[in-house]
Design a protein around this ligand. Sequence first.
Ligand SMILES: Nc1nc2c(ncn2[C@@H]2O[C@H](COP(=O)(O)OP(=O)(O)OP(=O)(O)O)[C@@H](O)[C@H]2O)c(=O)[nH]1
Ligand SMILES: [Mg+2]
Length: 316
Amino acid sequence: MKVSVVVPTFNSASTLEKCLASIKSNDTQYAYEIIVVDAGSSDGSVEIARKYADKVFIVETKPPRINRNLGVANADGDIVCFTDSDCLVPQNWIDCLTEGLLRLNERESQAVGVGGGNAPLLEDPSFMEMAIAKTMRSPLVSFKARNLATYGVEQEVIHNPPVNSAYFRWAINEVGGFQEEHGYGGEDLELDAKLNRQGYKLYYLPEITVLHGHPSTFTSFLKRMYRHGAARIRVGRKFRKYLGFRHLGPLFLCIMTFLPPLILIPLSMGLANGAYVSLRERKASSLSLVSLLTVAFYVSYGLGEISAIVRGKSWA
Ligand SMILES: Nc1nc2c(ncn2[C@@H]2O[C@H](COP(=O)(O)OP(=O)(O)OP(=O)(O)O)[C@@H](O)[C@H]2O)c(=O)[nH]1
Ligand SMILES: [Mg+2]
């Protein structure tokens, strides 16, 4: 049983060395290779990758889905693990994912993918970075979103984010990998949706968590939330199971912020969320920034959703 670890990179020098070192120092019983697929970095990422990876490819492309597909196409492993260049994995990461996948597949032949949780990677964080991390995991923003939640027990899920996931290589290939044509973000969601549609199952493993970098500035937070909102509608349009009421909440709240009397609803929710976080943390200083970031989340995620609706099916 061989394992391939695929890491897409793009101008990731500030985090890549630690990321690859954490993979390289895995203590595992399995033979494994590290494959880095770089999107044309100009910051020395490729040189760092060459120090740690067994295979390094360069493909000048915008979206990471192309890197990931190229990594899978060049993988020798029966199992492919994914993480991102802004993540740190624990020493037992490869073993946990591989053993978990093999065990579940033995129990249930339809089980083809597993993943774990992710926690914020905060090294000497600024006040803004801390507030963003807290806001993204707060109840009125995360709404228990799979990409931010860590659950206590093993369970079937419909999605595992590619910061901490593993699949049988044949299963990825059977559904045609990450979507390559159109779209902007959400290709990991779509890969899982395609597997789910074929009757395959994905599981969450509670014992394995990676540390994942957060946006560190207000603008990068807004851009990422906008992208997530747009991707959710794009994928949800094709796979209805992937679009729940909690995903549409920000859409309505965003519209309300532009309608004077109704703006009080998102504002009160922002304030309630900020109050909850500051009481939990016993830090009054979190109140105003978390409240502001919560409302900013409704607006940016909601605008992303609106933009995807406006662009319509041609964008799918
Ligand atoms: N091909 C390509 N890869 C990128 C680009 N930007 C980032 N990446 C890589 O894609 C992976 C995900 O990028 P991130 O910037 O961490 O994405 P993210 O904002 O964390 O995405 P979420 O976790 O979905 O919020 C990382 O391994 C990056 O190195 C890009 O413009 N093009
Ligand atoms: Mg990331």
